[in-house]
Design a protein around this ligand. Structure first.
Ligand code: 5RP
Length: 214
């Protein structure tokens, strides 16, 4: 199965996790786009969605799905999103689409986080995919130096301003053997808004486009 077919299969498989009359958490990216298309076919079953990006909000609204402010809904039963890398403990690297901060918020308010990926995203150790870090613009160079001191090679993502008005550093050269520790440590760097490592709040279920789930 090619990668695109796997993304579609994973996105469509996630429909089994939606709950009737609920507000569903919806992430960002090409895999999620397939989920949104599938969600549109059963939109009569749900009250609406909260979304991790302006891009996904527009897609949802184009399908006639109401988009709520997370502040107005409290806890959500399920959040469906993709990932850039996933390890066997369901820890993730996310933020390839620059939506990592809102993604972390939706993962935090969700009872269940269902991650949808194609098989090439599954790795034994996270870090081959450059780790996105959202930073306050005036702290970019300080944060970059602190990351270098910790052994990473940060690259300022060109022409990218997040939905929150911030910038992204993509950190190369990592081999993340202790994701919990790295997430905690880097979160302490002043000027970091969000580290795109989802270890303290990993996925609860991963649906792989080749039919595996764990
Ligand atoms: C966006 C993300 C996406 O989930 C991640 O980049 C995967 O995207 P795709 O499904 O297009 O491969 O974290 O910030």
């Amino acid at each position: 199965m090619d990668i695109d077919a796997q993304k579609r299969a994973a996105g469509e498989a996630a429909i089994e996790f939606i709950e009737d009359k609920a507000v569903i958490g919806v992430g960002t990216g090409s895999t999620v786009k397939y989920f949104i298309d599938a969600l549109a076919r059963v939109k009569h079953r749900i009250d609406g969605a909260v979304s991790s990006s302006e891009q996904s909000s527009r897609l949802l609204e184009a399908h006639g799905i109401k988009v709520f402010d997370p502040n107005a809904v409290g806890e959500i039963p399920v959040y469906i999103d993709g990932a850039d890398e996933c390890d066997p403990q369901r820890c993730l690297i996310k933020g390839g689409g620059a939506a990592l901060t809102r993604e972390k918020i939706l993962a935090a308010i969700a009872k269940k986080f269902v991650c949808i990926v194609d098989a090439h995203k599954c790795v034994d150790v996270l870090g081959k995919f450059p780790l996105p870090v959202e930073v306050i613009p005036m702290a970019r160079s300080y944060v970059a130096r602190e990351i270098q001191r910790r052994g990473g090679t940060p690259v300022w993502r060109a022409d990218c301003v997040t939905d929150n008005g911030n910038w992204i550093l993509d950190v190369h050269g990592l081999h993340i053997e202790d994701p919990l520790k790295l997430e905690s440590d880097w979160n302490q760097i002043t000027g970091v808004v969000t580290v795109g490592l989802f270890a303290h709040r990993p996925a609860d279920v991963v649906l792989v486009g080749d039919g595996r789930r764990f």
